[in-house]
Design a protein around this ligand. Structure first.
Ligand code: TRP
Ligand code: SF4
Length: 400
């Protein structure tokens, strides 16, 4: 109903690591060729857990944006901005909070999990409970069609969809809706109008999902209808409400698991990361001291790649030839572990050389990054402002 658009955010946690690159950023870089993309720094989300140490957030923002640019996120293709510079997110969050049942938020799995995991912090706050609703506002305010996220975030997208549905149900009502919808159908032209009506009947009387899909496609193709009519016709297809906020879909990032240098998942909280722009000598040392299959005590003991975290790195970094060499050499004790690690080290250093090269101009001139963000914030604010106007109108808050 609304044009396809990707929205995603990341909390500013300082310099990003290879897990961020292979788990998320690489995917962002690919998506920006396919869709208009909005990527933002979720600094308010960082506050929900780090309200006592706000001073680290600012520095982390710039570090993180430089890492995005280093990864190949292209500011001439994508809109890059900072959440708190688009205060409309907060307004939508507030308005959505009025209609979101408490139970929906209490049931989000990350709520209890995080409270149990992060025991060193007091997360019994209002803001922390509202974390996923703020995220819903981030997404809905741009009417995103797709949201690239990791698996742990899927319940947040599910909540976003439920909130959008509830909002449309409550506020998509308007006086004379049916007459306005019928009038809009006439504007489609007689052929399209006939098909629209057939599809609507097939969906509403027989639950025919394909008909619903065809009806939507027809509207996607229809030119010359106003946004208001479009919302009515999408809503009328399914029932008797306008669609003001669009339901997004999660785009799951499929990646091989990136192990940290201790073999666990790479994560800042485990202290086992390799930063995207880490010093080469340090990278080399970290990989060389990584644990391997414990069965290989001596050089002559055969090993099993499946039991070795270095193998996971080969899955990300090596081609088939190298992988075959590892499989055979490891199982026959034909190669040593240091030998096996070398192609991984080389590949990481090659990748990082690219990151450093792309980052350099921004390190030399921090104004460049500030300008990119200032420009992105303007564009984001414009779009967020348009949605908010409709949201206020639908809720009867225009008062003019
Ligand atoms: N909660 C997300 C995370 O921790 C970050 C985030 C905030 C986000 N707002 C978003 C992601 C909107 C996607 C869309 O990774
Ligand atoms: Fe791991 Fe390679 Fe050593 Fe085998 S040879 S245990 S895959 S590091």
């Amino acid at each position: 109903m609304f044009p396809e658009r990707v929205v995603s955010g990341m909390r500013p946690t300082g310099a990003l690591h290879l897990g961020h690159y292979h788990g998320a950023l690489k995917n962002w870089v690919r998506l920006q060729d396919e869709y208009p993309c909005y990527f933002f720094v979720a600094d308010w989300h960082a506050l929900t857990t780090h309200y006592e140490s706000t001073e680290v957030i600012e520095e982390s923002i710039w570090e993180m944006v430089i890492d995005w640019l280093a990864a190949g996120v292209d500011p001439s293709q994508s809109v890059l901005f900072v959440q708190s510079r688009v205060p409309e997110h907060a307004e939508l969050h507030l308005l959505l909070s009025m209609v979101t049942p408490l139970g929906w938020l209490e049931r989000v799995p990350t709520y209890k999990d995080q409270q149990e995991r992060l025991t060193d912090r007091d997360l019994a706050t209002y803001g922390f409970l509202g974390y996923p609703l703020l995220q819903a506002a981030d997404i809905l305010i741009y009417r995103a069609s797709h949201v690239p996220v990791g698996e742990d975030q899927v319940p947040h997208i599910e909540l976003t969809r439920e909130v959008a549905r509830r909002f449309n149900h409550l506020f998509g009502r308007e006086a004379g809706f049916e007459e306005k919808a019928r009038e809009a159908i006439r504007k489609l032209g007689s052929k399209r109008a006939r098909i629209y009506n057939q599809m609507r009947t097939a969906y509403q009387e027989q639950g025919d999902e394909q008909a619903l899909e065809r009806g939507r496609e027809l509207l996607d193709q229809a030119q010359n209808i106003s946004l208001g009519d479009r919302e009515r016709l999408f809503g009328f297809l399914e029932g008797s409400r306008r669609i003001i906020l669009a339901e997004p879909q999660a785009l799951l990032t499929e990646t091989s698991r990136m192990p940290g240098i201790d073999g666990q998942k790479m994560s800042k909280s485990y202290g086992n990361t390799i930063a995207m722009r880490e010093d080469p000598a340090s990278v080399e040392k970290k990989v060389r001291t990584m644990p391997t299959d414990p069965a290989r005590v001596r050089r002559t003991d055969p090993g099993e790649p499946e039991k070795c975290p270095v193998w996971q790195l080969h899955l990300t970094y090596s081609d088939e030839g190298v992988r075959d060499w590892v499989q055979t050499g490891c199982r026959s004790a034909g190669i040593g572990c240091l030998e096996c690690k070398q192609p991984v080290i080389d590949a990481i250093l090659r990748e990082q050389a690219q990151f450093r090269e792309r980052a350099q101009p921004y390190i030399d001139d921090p104004h460049l990054v500030q300008n990119i963000i200032a420009d992105g914030c303007d564009r984001a604010r414009k779009m967020a402002g348009e949605t908010m106007r409709e949201v206020r109108e639908a809720m009867g808050l225009l008062y003019d």
